[in-house]
Design a protein around this ligand. Structure first.
Ligand code: SAH
Ligand code: DHB
Ligand code: MG
Length: 221
């Protein structure tokens, strides 16, 4: 990783973000529980929150909770009375996240479903869950295409679908990727490309989390 990326992220954090004892405690709880250090960066977390705010979202869906860092960044900016539904397969991660939601005073607006996201998404579709305004896909990368297809069925015109980790240090550009994660991301792009119902783009990012990127799709009217 380029040392400049980290230095610039630190500078940008210092000018864009105030001190945030809750999010600091969240990261500490994740380290204490030895969760992998793969949460979005503070600046990316703010970006996700701004997407929720910009959309005026009252319903947000997240696939992949980990310790709840990105969850809290988004849930804080829900419209009044709004709900965030977050999906996590790992009991241990869910336990850490639940404690963090309590710490953030957000337990009342976050619903955590523990289990394979694919099953929970099917259930939400079968139950005809009210459409989500913002969806953040950030779980097991090989299933990204499947999560996007489910997200399409759980959204409405104007909804925003954000997909994390779509560049993977540049590996996404390999036409015959050796790794299932990259294949999953490329399948997602193929599905999105053939979907006339969404407009989307993808941006490369550098920073604390190295070289990666995110995709943003808007459901057309
Ligand atoms: N969004 C979080 C980071 C998520 S890391 C943040 O930025 O703070 C990815 C998470 O997806 C991990 O906690 C992992 O356990 C979870 N995950 C992996 N496979 C999954 C599956 N099949 N269903 C639901 N969650 C899954
Ligand atoms: C990984 C997963 C993520 O969601 C992320 O933001 C970075 C890395 C990973 O599985 O390596
Ligand atoms: Mg991620």
């Amino acid at each position: 990783m380029d040392a400049t990326w980290t230095r610039v992220d630190e500078y940008l954090e210092s000018v864009c973000l105030g001190k945030d004892p809750v999010l600091e405690a969240v990261l500490k709880s994740c380290d204490d529980a030895e969760l992998p250090r793969i949460a979005v960066s503070p600046l990316q977390g703010r970006f996700l929150g701004l997407m929720v705010q910009l959309r005026g979202a009252a319903r947000v869906l997240e696939v992949g909770t980990l310790g709840g860092y990105s969850t809290i960044c988004m849930a804080r900016r829900l419209a009044p009375g709004g709900k965030l539904v977050t999906l996590e397969i790992d009991d241990r991660h869910a336990t850490v996240a639940r404690e963090n939601f309590r710490r953030a005073g957000l337990s009342g607006s976050i619903e955590l479903h523990v289990g394979p996201a694919s099953d929970t998404l099917d259930l939400l579709i079968r139950q005809c869950a009210a459409p989500f305004d913002v969806v953040f896909i950030d779980a097991d990368k090989p299933s990204t295409r499947r999560y996007f297809e489910c997200a399409r069925r759980l959204t409405r015109p104007g909804s925003v679908i954000i997909v994390d980790n779509v560049v993977r240090h540049g590996a996404v550009a390999d036409e015959a990727p050796g790794d299932d994660a990259v294949r999953g991301i490329r399948e997602f792009f193929e599905v999105a490309r053939r979907d006339p119902g969404v407009s989307f783009t993808a941006l490369q990012t550098v920073g604390l989390k190295g070289y990666d990127g995110l995709a943003i799709a808007v459901v057309n009217g």
